[in-house]
Each structure stands twice: as C-alpha cells, then as structure tokens.
Design a protein around this ligand. Structure first.
Ligand code: PMP
Length: 401
C-alpha cells in the first residue's frame, strides 16, 4: 500500500520532467562558448581559404587531431557535418545504391539484407534499418560486448548478414566496453558475405566518467592485419564534446572504403563547413586539449550518475538492477514490466524513453530495459525524477504482487 500512497502523492505534485534523450546540459554547452568566437583565422594549415568550397575529406589538421582518439589513420578519416548519425544513414544509402568494395552487387539488389543488433542498443540505429527494410536480428550483450558465439555463427552461415551495429565503448545504453577478445573476434571472424560491414559507432570514445579511462582495442588495425580492412566503418562526433548542434563528425575506414565513400559524397556536396573545422582545431588544439575538456564535462555529469546510483540503491535495492557506467551518457535500468513502469511515470509527469526503444522494432521480449539519460536535467530535477521513477517501479511491483 505504501507505494500506492507514494504514487498518489507523486501525481499530485504535477511534475514535468524529461529523462528521454541523452542531451548535454546547458552548462556543458557553456564549456564551449569560447569556440563561438573562433576561428581567429580562416586560413587552413595548407594555406587554403576555409571560407570557400573544397576539401571534401576535411582539414588535415582536424583529422590529425582526432585520428589517435578514434583509432583511424588521419589519411583514412573523413570529416562530416554535425551529425555522425547522418554519416551512418548515408553509408547505408550508398551501400544500397553503389557496390561497396568486395560486394557482388548493390545491397538494393539483394533479396534480403540483415543487420545484427546487439541489445540493448541505440534506437536510432534501428530506425535506419527500419527505414530501408533491413531485417534486424538481436544479439544478446554480455559483460564484454555482444555474445560472440552467436555473432560468429550468424555471420558465417547467413550471407544476408551484411552489417552489424556496435557502440563499442560506454555503449548506449548499457555502458559496456567491448573486451579485447570481442574486438579480436570481430576483426577476424569468417563471414559468408564478402561485403559484410561492422558499423563501429564510437560515439563515446573520449567520454570518461572516472580517472581510469577504458581502453578499447583497435578494430580497424586488427581487421587490416588479418586481411579484413574493408570490414570496418568507424563513426564518431564531437556532439558531446563541443556542441551537439554544431559539432563535427567523422567517418573512418580502409583506403578502398574511404575512396568509395568520397566518390559517393562528391555528388552530395562541393565541400564541408571548414570554418567550423578550423574553430574545432583552434579550440581543442590536440588530444590533451580534448582530454582536459572532457574532464570538465565529467565534473558536471559525474555527480548526476552518482546521484542516480544512490537514489536507486536507496529506493530499489532487490527490486531492480542497473548499470554503473564508467563513461558515456546512459544508465540501463532492468525492471520487471518496464512498459508499465514507463507508463506510470509518464502519467506522473516523468518522461522516459519508451520501453522497448532499446530493441529492434521497439520490442523488448523480456519487457525489462529502461534507458535513463541523466545528463540534461539539473541535480535537483534529476533527484525528483529518479525518486519518482523508483516509486513507479515499487508501485508496479506491488500491483503485480
Ligand atoms: N551514436 C550513439 C551511440 C549515440 O548515443 C548518439 C547520440 N545519442 C549518436 C550516435 C548521435 O551522434 P551525432 O550527434 O553525432 O549524430
């Protein structure tokens, strides 16, 4: 009965709180305000004029800065606009319409295309597949990444498996970091399709929450060493480094894939926004500059992750389990009857990502996973929201006996 009373009181408060999307808070965005006064010069390192058309691949100095951070040689990196998601979307479109290196035909000519989707995963990856009618096959996640026995079996036996989504570091939403063994197996596994691609979305490569940053093995280097260089498409962005709406993104791959990619994007654009690229180089300077900037983010969001952990421990010990990520943007809460919990929270003015969004087709077969995005609200709002969410979990547990 206590939970019912607490829930009635919660609804009474008429809250309006939002834990849906992993957005940086205004204070995080403020960390990059000085960037808006840059660049101080529009000349690139090679002397070209950043204001003009040209340089489809992006400035050498920006590629050199990010190459070691996202484990792609600078000459094999391409700089994109503010959204790495657009790069992922467009690489799928390019692969549908133009044969990827090693392919027998364009993906659009295949009777079926399948992507492996480690779950829980990122809903916007799944949306891309849905848009293009790509069949999604969920693969369970273990502590060190996707269950590689399942992955190896599927890619070896089914030639329709052309792709696999991976968020290898501080994964969305579980926070899991792929182990060296997982990365090695991904790089070396035999595949039935000659044009199989791993979509390596390293969105949280530098987003540490502790002073012992996770190390990730270098998939592109390993795949290259084993004759599978073309297998890897790497993506990253500064959306959660500088400005989510005005950052820069990266695509990295083998020389053949980069040539294929640029050949296709040359039809889309005469050149990217190099003023924004110059601004990023001048503001971040070098990998140490990025690391320092990320410490400032961690100072702001670390306490939010700690708060969620504390409230859940106090309120839900035994009723639920959740992750304590060492980086990234999300906490994954596992509860029975997740959809009902999310509905109760919504009715009490607490918006959560829909239950099921972490799974292909929005269907979590166990109805267990709730993604918590703690970065945007301030500490006070966050505390109210997580306390409220805990009341909803207890209510559903009580009602369901
Ligand atoms: N990939 C992952 C795993 C993400 O969590 C996000 C942001 N929520 C993105 C990509 C989107 O990145 P971008 O802003 O560069 O499009």
């Amino acid at each position: 009965m206590t939970a019912q009373r607490d829930y009635a009181a919660l609804v009474q408060r008429g809250l309006s709180l939002d834990l849906t999307r992993g957005k940086p808070s205004p204070r995080q965005l403020d960390l990059s305000n000085d960037m808006l006064k840059l660049p101080s010069s529009y000349k690139a390192a090679d002397g070209t004029d950043g204001r003009n058309y040209g340089n489809l691949q992006g400035l050498t100095e920006l590629r050199a800065l990010f190459a070691p951070l996202i484990q792609v040689p600078a000459e094999q990196l391409v700089v994109g606009g503010n959204a790495s998601l657009a790069l992922m979307h467009d690489t799928v479109v390019h692969a549908l319409l133009s044969k990827v290196p090693g392919a027998e035909r364009r993906w659009i000519e295949e009777p079926e295309i399948t992507f492996l989707c480690p779950v829980p995963g990122y809903d916007r990856h799944f949306t891309i597949c849905e848009r293009f009618g790509i069949t999604m096959v969920p693969v369970p996640m273990n502590a060190g990444g996707p269950d590689m026995d399942v992955v190896e079996r599927l890619v070896a036996t089914d030639a329709s498996v052309k792709g696999m989504w991976c968020v290898p570091k501080y994964s969305n939403p579980s926070g899991i970091v792929y182990s060296d063994e997982t990365v090695r197996r991904l790089a070396t596994m035999p595949t039935a399709a000659s044009d199989f691609r791993i979509f390596w979305d390293n969105a949280y490569a530098v987003h540490h929450l502790t002073d012992t940053p996770a190390e990730l093995a270098d998939l592109l280097a390993l795949a290259t060493a084993h004759g599978n260089a073309d297998r890897v498409f790497v993506y990253a962005s500064t959306s959660k480094v500088t400005l989510a709406g005005a950052g820069v993104s990266f695509f990295g791959s083998s020389p053949a894939n980069v040539e294929w990619f640029l050949h296709n994007t040359a039809k889309q654009s005469i050149g990217p926004d190099k003023i924004n690229q110059l601004r990023h180089v001048e503001f971040l300077r070098d990998p140490a500059g990025v690391a320092l900037h990320m410490l400032r983010h961690a100072d702001l969001i670390g306490p939010k992750f700690e708060l969620v952990d504390k409230v859940l421990t106090e309120q839900l010990g035994g009723l639920a389990s959740w992750t304590s990520p060492k980086g990234g943007y999300f906490i994954s809460l596992e509860v029975p009857h997740a959809a009902e919990v999310v509905a109760k929270a919504k009715a009490a003015g607490i918006a959560l990502t829909p239950a099921g969004a972490t799974h292909p087709y929005g269907k979590d077969p166990d109805d267990r996973t709730i993604r918590i995005a703690p970065t945007y609200p301030d500490l006070d709002e966050l505390e109210q929201a997580i306390n409220g969410l805990a009341v909803c979990v207890r209510l559903v547990a009580e009602e369901r006996g």
